[in-house]
Design a protein around this ligand. Structure first.
Ligand SMILES: [Fe+2]
Length: 222
């Protein structure tokens, strides 16, 4: 009899411990998920998940958009408007495989980024231009008239110069923006621009003068 009572008590305690362990195990993913959603990057991911953009906008969780944020989206749009034609020209007028490869990267990267910038601009109410700047259009005109090695040299340097300058703007935007979508956009643009700088440098044609010009342009006046 005593033995039976002890066995019953033992079983009850075992059951209680098992329930506690199972409950704790079930809570772990919930706690981890709550911790992850506290992280700004994860908040940005949640905001930008497919089908959730409008909901995020309505909920007002994206954050304020500054003048610099707006300028950044305009610059990303304009980059696509001249780099996509430049990428195509590299296939037709370029002579080296490295230049053609760089052209491919420009085409791919900016086709994707252009889609994203138009989506984000619409959500944030930022008006985007339909034309590249006058200077960028002139570069496309120049590239159109060049062939072979001359094309390769101009292509590598003019594009490396413009990428170096926008790379600095992206850093500035990413560091200070309070807007979730702009933060995500800066990350995407940063990866694309970095990739483009690298493939342009891989041509072996980027000169010291080009890099010095970029350095002067991006260094704030003292
Ligand atoms: Fe680019």
């Amino acid at each position: 009899m005593r033995h039976t009572r002890r066995t019953t008590r033992f079983r009850s305690r075992t059951l209680a411990i098992t329930i506690a362990v199972v409950t704790l195990a079930a809570l772990v993913p919930v706690v981890l998920s709550l911790r992850n959603s506290d992280h700004p990057a994860n908040t940005a991911n949640a905001v930008t998940a497919p089908g959730q953009l409008n909901a995020a906008q309505e909920a007002g969780v994206a954050g304020p958009v500054t003048e610099l944020d707006r300028t950044f989206l305009v610059k990303v749009r304009q980059a696509g408007l001249w780099e996509i034609p430049a990428g195509r020209l590299a296939q037709a007028n370029g002579s080296s495989e490295a230049v053609k490869r760089a052209g491919h990267h420009l085409l791919d990267g900016h086709s994707r980024l252009d889609q994203l910038v138009r989506e984000d601009a619409e959500i944030l109410g930022v008006e985007l231009p339909d034309e590249a700047t006058e200077e960028q259009q002139q570069w496309v005109d120049q590239l159109t008239g060049l062939r072979g090695e001359e094309f390769d040299r101009f292509f590598a340097n003019v594009l490396r110069s413009s990428h170096g300058k926008i790379f600095a703007t992206i850093g500035e935007v990413r560091a200070g923006t309070q807007n979730d979508l702009i933060r995500r956009h800066a990350r995407e643009a940063n990866q694309t621009v970095l990739d483009h700088m690298e493939v342009l440098e891989d041509t072996g044609l980027v000169t010291a003068e080009t890099l010095a010009e970029v350095e002067t342009a991006v260094t704030p006046p003292k």
